[in-house]
Design a protein around this ligand. Structure first.
Ligand code: FAD
Ligand code: NAI
Length: 508
């Protein structure tokens, strides 16, 4: 029994070690040490946005080397991969929000945060105009912030392609407010459908949930919605349960175009089992308050007009440029040929601009607009800026040692020369920073019924899998990616809570 006893001891010590580590992290978050104050002699880095790109940069940046100012209308980081789960209450919205003030306070050097929107950038004068667009405003609502280095990480907006009625009638799924609105509307549709003397045709319309866009946002939301109805609403409001329908409309011939053919087929067959109707080759042309009008491309080349009455419409057709990015592109001549965002070089420098870098969905570096890309870009910029500061430090040191060598009498020449040599060697190493290179770790998507699909990079190839095991992998992968221990614990708590007690269906 000796090996067994040692195994138990090992497990016991590992658990104890993990608890101690989590406890230490929580203590550190709650009681951060004093910070190095900002210093006017240092360069100012202004970071726009608190999304994946900007926060990844901030987390890895040695802020004691710069005066760092973060500007964003959102005073928190949002863990978007779990946003679809918030629409049904599987996860509570605060569990995936991390206050930016906590992140700023955890840094060694002080970081300034302004809750504001950057409205324009003067690339010649190197100033950003910002305005406070929150509900409560003070005497100053608009001002300017000067920068030595600027990082643009403002993400993107929801694309509507100018289709009439989309903005007025549909819900998007990009921000916390969108998920809250969807959650409220789902329950409103259910309660209205269950209203006394509601006509059958109206019940059918109200309980028809239409999702436009078969990318990962649309697919994940449709899956979450179906789970919500099967797990909770069917039990709690049985009188209307059989009338509930989910329809996914996609303009292309299939959903999830970024996944392998095998996983696309698996997703489509899973949706069939879940009774989620997929309408591919169907392009939405117009939206009214109660119906979606679409055009179906048929096999014989003809087109047919179809109407989908709906109770809830979720619009998930991808990204378009934010006005700030559009204005910047218009003011920088070298950006005139770029269409999808700020064109950057291999060091993420905005082409044609001085001391401006861009990361994430607002930058065009040749990669998909994903959190994975944005966070790797943010990490890269942190390394670049840390190296730039170290370079400056080493150059100053070499200069000061060299002047000692030549001017001061009684200097130990061999010792100082050796120090200079060491510093020069370090400088060469630090200066040798390679261009940004994205490493694709794979794509994951939840498809409902506790199933997920994964296309994961595996040595030099790809490993494709779908099903319940992949769902557990999906959960653990996302849990490990959540930035803070606090949020990780909150997410685990939400998963357990909704499994044990069911989702909370009260409408706020
Ligand atoms: P964002 O994260 O969008 O952040 C932009 C920031 O800029 C925000 O803080 C915003 O408030 C701020 N901002 C906006 N305008 C201004 C302004 N004028 N001035 C200052 N600040 C401004 N990707 C994956 O890789 N895996 C996934 O599983 C995944 N799931 C997703 C699920 C959903 C529902 C959605 C919507 C997206 C998902 N993505 C996923 C994509 C991913 O979220 C984005 O690619 C990523 O957020 C881009 O990061 P970003 O930093 O460029 O922008
Ligand atoms: P998307 O751009 O990936 O997909 C949008 C879909 O809408 C496209 O397939 C397009 O053909 C379709 N569409 C456009 N106009 C239409 C119309 N009028 N009628 C019908 N269909 C129309 O957008 P999505 O899903 O919002 O994703 C945005 C980015 O975020 C992507 O890069 C995606 O990879 C990433 N993301 C990744 C996730 C993951 O990895 N699990 C989850 C969510 C988003």
């Amino acid at each position: 029994f000796r090996p067994l006893r040692w195994t138990f001891r090992f497990i016991y010590l590992s658990v104890l070690g993990s608890i101690a580590y989590i406890g230490y992290e929580i203590y550190q978050d709650h009681n951060p040490p004093p910070q190095v104050p900002q210093d006017p002699s240092k360069k100012t880095i202004v970071i726009l946005g608190t999304g994946w790109g900007s926060v990844s940069l901030l987390k890895k940046l040695d802020t004691e080397n710069y005066n760092v100012i973060v500007i964003s209308p959102r005073n928190y980081f949002l863990f978007t991969p779990l946003l679809p789960s918030c629409t049904t209450g599987q996860i509570e919205h605060r569990s995936i929000m991390e206050p930016i003030r906590t992140i700023c306070r955890s840094k060694k050097g002080a970081v300034t945060f302004y809750e504001a929107e950057a409205s324009s950038v003067d690339v010649e004068k190197k100033v950003v105009k910002i305005h406070d667009n929150s509900d409560i405003r003070g005497a100053t609502i608009e001002t300017e912030v000067a920068y030595d280095m600027l990082v643009v990480g403002v993400g993107a907006e929801n694309a509507t392609f100018g289709i009439p009625g989309v903005r007025e009638n549909s819900c998007f799924l990009k921000e916390i407010g969108d998920a809250q609105q969807i959650r409220k509307k789902i329950m409103d549709c259910v309660e209205t459908a269950a209203f006394k003397d509601q006509p059958a045709s109206e019940i059918d319309r109200l309980l028809h949930m239409v999702v436009v866009g078969g990318g990962p946002t649309g697919v994940e939301f449709a899956g979450e919605l179906r789970d919500f109805f099967e797990d909770d609403i069917r039990k709690l409001v049985p009188e209307i349960a059989d009338r509930f329908r989910v329809t996914l409309i996609e303009a292309l011939p299939n959903v999830l175009p970024m996944f392998s053919k095998q996983l696309i087929e698996y997703t489509e067959s899973t949706f069939k089992e879940e009774e989620i109707a997929i309408h591919t080759k169907t392009m939405v042309k117009k939206v009214t308050d109660k119906a979606v009008e679409a055009e179906v491309s048929k096999a014989d080349g003809t087109k047919e007009r179809v109407i989908f009455p709906y109770g809830l419409l979720v619009w998930a057709t991808g990204n378009t440029l934010r006005p700030l990015v559009r204005d910047m592109m218009a003011s920088i001549p070298a950006q005139k040929d770029s269409r999808r965002g700020l064109a950057v070089n291999e060091y993420l420098v905005v082409q044609g601009a001085r001391d401006i870098w861009a990361v994430g969905d607002c930058a065009v570096a040749g990669y998909a607009p994903t959190a994975q890309v944005a966070s790797q870009e943010g990490n890269f910029l942190a390394r670049l800026f840390n190296n730039m500061a170290r370079t400056q430090e080493l150059e100053d040191r070499i200069q000061s040692l060299s002047s000692n060598l030549n001017l001061k009498p009684g200097v130990d020449v061999p010792a100082v020369s050796k120090e200079i040599e060491d510093a020069e060697r370090q400088l060469r190493r630090v200066k040798d920073i390679k261009p940004f290179h994205y490493t694709h770790q794979g794509s994951l998507a939840y498809i409902g019924s506790e199933k997920a699909v994964a296309d994961v990079a595996w040595f030099n190839g790809n490993f494709a899998s779908g099903g319940t095991m992949t769902y557990f992998f999906w959960r653990s992968a996302y849990l490990s990616m959540v930035f803070s221990t606090r949020n990780r614990l909150l997410v685990i708590n939400d998963w357990v809570k909704s499994k044990v007690f069911g989702r909370d269906i009260s409408r706020e």
